[in-house]
Design a binder for this molecule. Structure first.
Ligand SMILES: [Zn+2]
Length: 165
């Protein structure tokens, strides 16, 4: 095709529209495409019309961003719902703290009851350790561990529960 004939359509129209739609026009477009548009009446028309349409669209979107009374209501509704969810999740935190304390207590009790067999295992394993083992009551060790763990975990659990408020 020759340039002297009046063109109704141009093969580059699609490229120009793509560039416009993805906001690459006019700054981040191929040099070659820009050169083509500069010399092509059809593409210049496309740019003019599409830019005008895009400007209209932008304006419509800006107007839509002004909060209407309906949107204000909707936001208030969402805030109320989030508050309700936060309110509902507080007992869960309390329950988690209680569960953690319970699990720890159980672990302490389990260690307490398991200790004699563990102790026996170690004293049969190392036959020379019998003199050492009798210097203190082995029952005090698991009790100490359980109490220590409770003393560490309890303030943390209380802090977590209180900080929810
Ligand atoms: Zn063209």
């Amino acid at each position: 095709m020759t340039r002297s004939q009046p063109l109704i359509e141009c093969q580059r129209e699609g490229d120009v529209l793509d560039a416009l739609a993805s906001a690459r026009w006019p700054d981040r477009v191929d040099r070659e495409l820009a050169d083509h548009v500069a010399s092509c009446a059809v593409c210049q028309d496309v740019v003019t019309v599409a830019s005008a349409m895009q400007a209209d669209h932008e304006e419509a979107r800006r107007e839509a961003n002004v909060p209407s009374s309906g949107q204000m209501w909707w936001r208030a509704e969402m805030r109320a719902r989030q508050d309700a969810i936060r309110e509902a999740s507080r007992p869960v935190a309390v329950a988690q703290g209680v569960a953690a304390l319970g699990a720890l207590t159980l672990a302490g009790v389990a260690v307490w009851f398991a200790w004699p067999s563990v102790h026996n295992f170690f004293s049969t394993f190392g036959s020379s350790g019998e003199g050492q083992a009798t210097t203190f009551s082995p029952m005090l060790i698991p009790l100490g561990i359980a109490m220590g763990a409770l003393l560490i975990v309890a303030p943390v659990a209380i802090y977590v529960v209180l900080s929810e408020k």
